[in-house]
Design a protein. Structure first.
Length: 458
């Protein structure tokens, strides 16, 4: 939309998720081009020029768009497998199948993963893709193409693995890259696809997979590469007790100390899971402003444990929410993670004081923007920020009797999305995507899942 064209949204509750948690029981938002121009209580100002559309949002809550901070899209075509495994056993069971993916499979899986999130209020997504079998095609390009077609803002965390079974790792030997090959391919991906601009739709991060699937040199040189190129760093950290034992046996230290020794703590780093963190680990993350992608459903699915999110937040650690790969969170949705983050954390040491509804919403919006390094651009509704926002319908049977709209969104059933905007452009309406065919995606993901299963069985 041209910068001088406007969309006016009125008669809605608004949760801005700004620094003061400003809310309006009945307010308006004005979008001009790809920015939030103004918002406030009551109706929009009279006399606005170039208004292309007015939306009567009676019965709705408007929030910033949800920000997903950890995912593995390719897993969309291996959902429902190894359902009674812990992390290491699950990886051993599935790596031989994952090692056979190719470009058409990855494209279809990315379409499915992105569609499921986007129809549920996600406006900024990411994918940590780290499986690059030899001869499998342009996997990074396929993922980025699917994100562009869906219309979401996107970060590709270009992953890598160079520690295979022969080196004491978990992936099959033919599923990993060499150290030199991984670094070269990652640098090429940044050069081709990363956009550093304020309103960038595609960014790239450097993302070796995990301490137990990459060499120390890949971690160290990956960090050096990211900082030379001016991009962010992402990996898995402290996900399970088995990972902690692995690090202590192999490196003589726990995961956080190991990461610090390789240059992997800092405000340009975010890590997935961080379930098994002691007080000194949390203090190190807070001191260095290292971010965390909290994945409550996946942590529960793999029996990894309960991350100490209340303690991280109290210490000042940036925390966002992640779907994680759909082989460990088959729903593939982020808006349900708002509720799951709140409920699961209340099973921990802080009990009912662990998280409240507004903290959960902040995790899924501003917190996610922080860990992706985009808090100045997205994650809250403020004049000058990018127009990434969602209209949640809260006047139906599922929510109408809950007086507080934020409580209704977080504690209640998954709320319908009436409209979702990214960069001022609408990408979803009445729970359906506007720019891709969901039914066609369902058919292609099923076909590619069947093809992969046949290859793995052969």
């Amino acid at each position: 939309m041209a910068a001088d064209r406007r969309i006016v949204i009125e008669n809605c509750a608004i949760a801005t998720v700004d620094a003061d948690d400003t809310e309006y029981g009945n307010g308006h938002v004005v979008i001009a081009g790809n920015r939030v121009e103004s918002l406030g209580a009551g109706r929009a100002p009279e006399g606005l020029e170039n208004v292309d559309r007015r939306i009567d949002a009676t019965g709705h809550l408007v929030t910033p768009g949800l920000v997903n901070t950890h995912h593995h899209y390719y897993q969309w075509i291996t959902r429902g497998l190894a359902t009674d495994h812990n992390l290491f056993d699950w990886l051993v069971a599935l790596y031989p199948t994952w090692a056979r993916i190719d470009e058409p499979m990855v494209y279809a899986a990315a379409q499915g993963s992105l569609a499921m999130m986007a129809r549920g209020g996600v406006t900024t997504a990411m994918d940590h893709h780290y499986v690059y079998p030899r001869g499998s095609g342009d996997l990074s390009g396929a993922i980025i193409r699917a994100a562009r077609e869906t219309g979401v803002r996107f970060t590709l965390a270009r992953g890598s693995m160079d520690r295979s079974e022969k080196d004491g790792g978990l992936p099959p030997d033919f599923a990993v890259e060499t150290l030199e090959g991984a670094l070269a391919a990652t640098e090429a991906t940044v050069a081709e696809h990363h956009d550093p601009s304020f309103d960038a739709m595609t960014q790239v991060a450097v993302a070796p997979c995990s301490p137990f699937s990459v060499s120390t040199e890949l971690l160290r040189q990956g960090a050096e590469l990211a900082r030379r190129l001016g991009v962010r760093l992402h990996t898995h950290g402290s996900e399970t007790v088995e990972e902690e034992q692995f690090c202590k046996e192999l490196f003589g230290m726990g995961p956080t100390d190991y990461f610090e020794s390789t240059g992997w703590l800092g405000e340009d780093v975010w890590m997935a899971h961080c379930v098994h963190m002691n007080d000194s680990d949390i203090a190190a993350f807070a001191r260095t402003r290292t971010g965390v992608a909290h994945c409550p459903s996946s942590n529960a699915r793999l029996a990894a444990g309960i991350a100490r999110v209340p303690d991280m937040l109290a210490a000042g650690v940036p925390v966002g929410l992640g779907v994680d790969g759909t082989a460990s969170n088959e729903s593939g949705e982020l808006h349900t993670e708002l509720r799951n983050a709140l409920l699961i954390n209340r099973l921990g040491a802080h009990r009912e004081a662990a998280l409240d509804a507004r903290q959960a919403l902040r995790l899924g919006t501003y917190g996610g923007a922080q860990v992706l390094g985009r808090a100045d651009q997205i994650g809250s509704l403020e004049p000058g920020k990018l127009a990434d926002l969602v209209l949640w319908k809260l006047d139906t049977l599922a929510h109408a009797s809950i007086a507080d709209p934020v409580t209704a969104l977080v504690f209640g059933a998954a709320a319908p999305v009436t409209a979702s905007f990214v960069n001022g452009r609408q990408i979803a309406e009445a729970g359906r995507l506007l720019h891709v065919d969901e039914d066609a995606i369902a058919r292609s993901t099923r076909a590619e899942a069947q093809r992969l299963a046949q290859l793995a069985a052969g």
